[in-house]
Write a protein that binds this ligand. Structure first.
Ligand code: P6P
Length: 344
């Protein structure tokens, strides 16, 4: 049973970031960036929380580069993040799931040394049925000498991230963050309006009995995924020798938050429907930030054939197959792929 932090022991996000800056682990500009993103997420939380009363449910009537119909809250969340990050002087550019190309900082404002990428409202297909959704963000350094970032400047592997996080808009609004010094969870105190550190140094159990996958795609999976999940389903009578449970929220932030909290493996593998695009989930603002958070919590993240954070991006909206979560379970899924490829 976790004890609620008292007023005297509560560590706010601001205090945590000041202490990390004092320790030399983040710069003043990166501290400002994180505070600005957190503040924007509070605004998004209020809009999401209004539900039908806010007049922002349903489709926007527009589509994005992903070929997905945008929800009104997708567009609103994107605008909130763009506006919040325009004037601070900490960014050289932004990129979003909802925008075809990267977004320049207006000339009227100073520019900084960071690049911010985000999925403003991940899982938004769940918004109209009141299931948790979230904001995912990733921070890279802008290459030296570049002041007005172009798309190609964002194309850095996940190991280059200096910060990653998500905010999950669930029963409580939680910000989960890493600056490369562990993964930490902050809960929004709505009465005060600040994020409060509620779990320092999250750790994912290395073993698990829970997997997250969209089973309706099973007939489209490649052979190693068929074999891997088939053995999970065989349970204790099968080669794994134990029974497994399954969860699939269809909101990556919600599924990953559960795994960071109690373990598990999340997978969106290649299937015959998405193989031509390289996968379903996007590398730069879904897989990479989540993989950084998971690795910092002692977990593992892979495409099934390569460490996720070492994938060299070829485009802002590049898609990848994803396996992430409990270290030993991800290693097992990777081993099924390696053994299949060796025989092939
Ligand atoms: P499916 C949401 O659209 C998302 O990008 C992730 O948040 C989620 O894990 C996945 O797609 C769900 O995909 O095919 O199960 O609807």
């Amino acid at each position: 049973m976790t004890q609620a932090p008292s007023a005297s022991t509560a560590v706010s996000l601001t205090r945590y970031l000041i202490e990390e800056q004092r320790a030399g682990r983040i710069s003043p500009d990166l501290r400002l960036l994180i505070e600005v993103v957190a503040r924007a997420c509070k605004t998004i939380s209020i809009a999401v929380g209004k539900g039908a009363l806010g007049g922002v449910l349903g489709d926007a009537g527009t589509g994005n580069i992903q070929g997905e119909a945008q929800k009104k809250l997708d567009v609103l969340s994107n605008e909130i993040l763009l506006e919040a990050n325009a004037w601070g002087g900490h960014l050289a550019g932004l990129a979003s799931e909802e925008m075809d190309t990267s977004h320049p900082i207006p000339d009227v404002y100073p520019r900084g040394n960071y690049l911010l990428l985000f999925d403003p409202l991940d899982g938004s297909s769940n918004i109209d049925v009141n299931i948790s959704v979230g904001t995912i963000f990733s921070v890279l350094r802008c290459p030296d000498g570049v002041t007005q970032a172009q798309d190609q400047h964002f194309l850095q592997p996940g190991t280059e991230q200096v910060c990653a996080g998500y905010t999950t808009y669930g029963p409580s609004t939680m910000l989960v963050l890493t600056i490369g010094n562990g993964t930490h969870a902050f809960t929004l105190d709505r009465e005060v309006g600040s994020f409060v550190l509620t779990t320092r140094d999250m750790k994912i159990p290395e073993e698990t009995k829970e997997f997250a996958v969209n089973m309706s795609n099973q007939r489209y999976w490649q052979a190693p995924m068929q074999a891997y999940v088939g053995d999970l389903l065989a349970g204790k009578e099968g080669p794994r020798g134990k029974d497994f449970n399954m969860r699939w929220v269809a909101s990556m932030v919600a599924d990953v938050h559960r795994i960071l909290t109690r373990g598990g493996i999340f997978s969106y593998p290649l299937d015959a429907k998405c193989a031509a695009q390289g996968g379903k989930l996007r590398l730069m603002y879904e897989a990479n930030p989540m993989s950084f958070l998971v690795e910092q919590a002692g977990g593992a993240a892979s495409t099934g054939r390569q460490r996720m954070l070492e994938v060299q991006p070829t485009g802002l909206h590049m898609r990848v197959p994803v396996f992430l979560g409990s270290k030993h379970e991800v290693e097992t899924a990777v081993r099924y792929h390696a053994e299949h490829d060796a025989q092939a």
